[in-house]
Design a protein around this ligand. Structure first.
Ligand SMILES: [Zn+2]
Length: 420
């Protein structure tokens, strides 16, 4: 019998707005002394009134648009009631049945909803006592929920990296896992026939892509041995395993109701169009364009577009010289420190290195081609990131052209490797 994992994902992303979601306290809380960025609103004191952060609403809509969601023209905030010490009001302001975005997609993964809520405080357990820091309380938090469309751990990994890239391109969050600004909650069940099972196991609050992979792989093994029950679990780094947490509460336990302090938010199609104009060229589109416009390999274009600043840097340099492959190669292989050189200086350096070329370029390229074709395994190793094989290639090439390996040979070699 073939067992198929059925996986869905909830991703929480802290927005990098200047202030919190419903008050004027600074939103950037990482590494700050405890409880210095609080006020009556984010401490939940009686009588304090929330005022929604316009920028946070706009950024949530931008993200939802970038994920091809339908944007609700009328959206509202609701109260999700539960008791926990990191939640001073006894409820969290979130969105229940009218989120900003619904029914989107990223690749072939369907996005169920994109909604905006407030983050909770942070608990810290020290020996016998628990401390709470409210600096994070009320920080704008976007939740991106997929349909259970993943059928393998690899698909989850690809989606997460794509999503993180898009968020960074939009400039709405650092999406930095180590700082907790991107947090992941996969849910997984196993199916014998591909249909949706009647249970699911949710793994809460994971803070790295690697741990998501490990947690899912662990669950696939565990659920093949243990009975299938609906459960909430956590990832234990110490045990390298998922461990049971409190049972999943049904939605009605939270007693959702519209927040009476915050009027519904109405958007016009004109307003949505203006917001949409702010979406820059997204990573996938940029990658495709780089391959076409600059004649780069998929591999090189992928690295260059991983981060928007690097992509912009490349394009600045490419305006000054049409040696696109060489520019790409210098940036990818860190042959110059692009944090200290402006693009014009990089182009200058590349030119200089080429005039110092000791051998006939055509002969060199032919020799490299022969060596690469004769060693497909080493080429494959290089593509997997084993850059040590460069030394092996240089040895073979310098034998062939009968001069010692030098920087120039290395440059041409790396360019040709990256173009493969
Ligand atoms: Zn505040």
């Amino acid at each position: 019998m073939k067992i198929t994992p059925i996986i869905g994902l909830e991703v929480h992303v802290e927005l990098a707005t200047a202030s919190k979601m419903f008050c004027g306290c600074p939103a950037d809380h990482f590494g700050k002394p405890p409880n210095i960025q609080t006020c009556p609103v984010c401490l939940g004191l009686p009588g304090a009134l929330p005022v929604p952060n316009k920028k946070a609403v706009e950024w949530t809509i931008i993200l939802a648009q970038a994920l091809d969601c339908k944007i609700n023209l009328i959206s509202k905030f609701d109260r999700k009631n539960y008791f926990y010490p990191d939640l001073p009001k006894g409820y969290q302001i979130t969105q229940y049945d009218q989120p900003f975005g619904e029914n989107g997609k990223l690749g072939k993964i369907r996005i169920r909803r994109v909604h905006l809520e407030e983050d909770t405080g942070k608990l810290q357990h020290e020996g016998q006592q628990s401390l709470v820091d409210f600096n994070r309380s009320g920080v704008p938090l976007v939740e991106i929920v997929t349909e259970p469309d993943f059928r393998s751990v690899e698909e989850v990994d690809v989606y997460l990296k794509k999503l993180q890239r898009i968020i960074r391109y939009l400039g709405i969050s650092s999406a930095d896992m180590e700082k907790g600004s991107m947090r992941l909650e996969p849910s997984i069940s196993l199916s014998n026939d591909g249909s949706l099972p009647n249970y699911r196991v949710e793994v809460k609050n994971i803070n790295s892509f690697r741990f998501v992979r490990m947690a899912l792989e662990y669950e696939i093994k565990r659920q093949q041995k243990e009975p299938h029950i609906q459960q909430t679990r956590g990832w234990s780094e110490a045990k390298n395993a998922t461990v049971p947490q409190r049972e999943k509460e049904e939605a009605h336990d939270y007693r959702y109701f519209p927040d009476p302090d915050i009027p519904p938010i109405r958007m016009s199609n004109e307003q949505l169009a203006i917001i949409k104009e702010q979406i820059p060229e997204l990573p996938e589109a940029k990658l495709t364009r780089f391959v076409k416009q600059y004649n780069l390999s998929q591999y090189a274009a992928n690295i260059l577009t991983d981060d928007k600043n690097t992509a912009d840097y490349f394009e600045e340099a490419a305006k000054l010289s049409d040696q696109f492959a060489d520019i790409a190669n210098w940036i990818i292989n860190k042959k110059a420190d692009i944090t200290t050189l402006v693009p014009a200086q990089l182009v200058e350096q590349i030119k200089k290195s080429q005039t110092a070329m000791p051998v006939d370029k055509t002969a060199l390229e032919q020799a490299i081609k022969t060596v690469l074709s004769a060693n497909p395994k080493a080429v494959a190793d290089y593509k997997k990131g084993k850059t040590a094989v460069i030394g092996f290639f240089l040895g073979k090439i310098s034998q062939a052209v009968k001069i010692p390996a030098n920087d120039m040979i290395r440059t041409v070699l790396e360019r040709m490797l990256n173009a493969r």
